[in-house]
Design a protein around this ligand. Structure first.
Ligand SMILES: Cc1ncc(COP(=O)(O)O)c(C=O)c1O
Length: 390
């Protein structure tokens, strides 16, 4: 067997959550957890539950777990573990980090956001527009929903302080060239601020090679528990004044941005999720996802309106579409009720993408998103359901 062939049945045997007829094609909303992740969370609570820094065994093991989780996060992200911060969610961390940066922003400073972004990488900047007087400027997409790099270049100015953008769009699946965007940001003297939440289950992150200044993601989108995670270049984080309580750790620098007691049991689950991913390997995951995406695109019935890139180049297998004559809500309901297929509908918090597509942001479109534990049979069931609707 080639190294890139995934044994999906074997993978799925590791998930009690997948032992049911439902085809779970809503990974962009959060992936299922392998049993090993759930077991690690339970084991921590049963055997090691404690706060940090005390001289007894469970606390010492918790200290070691916290240290280990940061180390593993650093390896996963391709950054110094000391620059990693865990938090409640990507959204919470992004409000926190943007607020810390904003202490040094001035009225008239500019932040660029894109029409591909989830609102979690838009709303914090709009709030600073209101509170500080910064100017938020928009980077558009082309008609195929790829990011308009020429437009980005033209929108940069000597006042640009940040370029905020996604490593992959949770709405239409576009995966911009992160390094190219970061290089453009840096040429203008701005920070590259990347939302990797949607990208993370689909491919390796390499903060060093991407040369981004701040990166955020959420382990619950890559087979772990509900948790947020961020990292930043050391010199960038050190330059900010964090909002923190005085006795909490100042070093390593990432810890300044962790508020209160961490979710220790979830860190145990996070480590187990990384063990799981390491055992599979990205090459295998990427190859399998590509196969699923290509099968979906090749089998998409004529008449379905797909928004976004028509091949697997430049995208992850997340697809946004509408069925003429059927509302997105009705289509998703039909797929669930008649075909046991789980997909979402609406705007998925990508408000500007919906507006750019000329869609009503309330009703939006249907979204199906695949990850490596999905099967070709599930994709075929989705396609059959769509055929039915037409
Ligand atoms: C691309 C993207 N960014 C940010 C978020 C927000 O993440 P969190 O739920 O961890 O706040 C999501 C959640 O769906 C997302 O898909």
């Amino acid at each position: 067997m080639s190294a890139t062939l995934l044994d999906v049945d074997r993978v799925r045997n590791g998930y009690r959550a997948l032992q049911r007829p439902l085809a779970f094609l809503d990974a962009p909303g959060g992936t299922q957890c392998p049993d090993a992740v759930i077991d690690a969370i339970t084991a921590y609570l049963r055997e090691d539950n404690a706060n940090v820094g005390a001289p007894y065994g469970t606390s010492q093991r918790t200290d070691a777990l916290v240290e280990h989780a940061h180390g593993r996060a650093g390896a996963f992200l391709g950054c110094d573990p000391g620059t990693v911060a865990f938090g409640q969610s990507m959204t919470a961390l992004n409000f926190l980090l943007t607020r810390a940066l904003a202490r040094d922003l001035e009225p008239g400073d500019e932040v660029l956001v894109t029409r591909l972004d989830h609102d979690a990488n838009v709303a914090p900047w709009l709030a600073l527009q209101d509170d500080v007087g910064i100017v938020v400027r928009w980077v558009d997409v082309r008609d195929d929903l790829s990011l308009d790099l020429e437009g980005l270049r033209d929108t940069l100015s000597s006042r640009t302080r940040v370029v905020a953008f996604p490593a992959a769009a949770n709405s239409v699946g576009t995966a911009p060239d992160v390094r190219a965007v970061a290089d453009l940001a840096h040429e203008a003297g701005a920070l590259a601020w990347v939302d990797a939440v949607h990208y993370a289950p689909h491919g390796p992150i390499d903060v060093g090679a991407w040369d981004v200044d701040v990166l955020l993601c959420s382990p619950y989108k890559f087979f772990g528990p509900h948790l947020g995670m961020a990292c930043g270049k050391e010199e960038v984080l050190r330059a900010w004044r964090p909002y923190k309580v005085r006795p909490s750790a100042d070093e390593p620098v990432g810890r300044r941005f962790e508020l209160g007691t961490l979710q220790h049991e979830l860190l145990a689950g996070f480590v187990a999720a990384l063990d799981y991913l390491d055992a599979l390997g990205w090459e295998t995951i990427v190859a399998h996802e590509r196969q699923l995406g290509e099968r979906f695109l090749a089998g998409l019935p004529d008449g379905i309106e797909l928004y976004g890139l028509p091949t697997m180049e430049g995208r992850v297998p997340t697809f946004c579409f509408n069925v003429p004559g059927t509302t997105p809500a009705e289509a998703a309901r039909h797929l669930a009720d008649r075909h046991d297929v789980a997909v979402w509908w609406g705007n998925y918090y990508a408000l500007e993408t919906m507006r750019r597509l000329g869609l009503d942001p309330e009703s939006g479109a249907v979204r199906a998103g695949f990850v490596h534990y999905n099967t070709t049979e599930e994709i075929d069931r989705l396609l059959a359901g769509l055929g039915d609707l037409l």
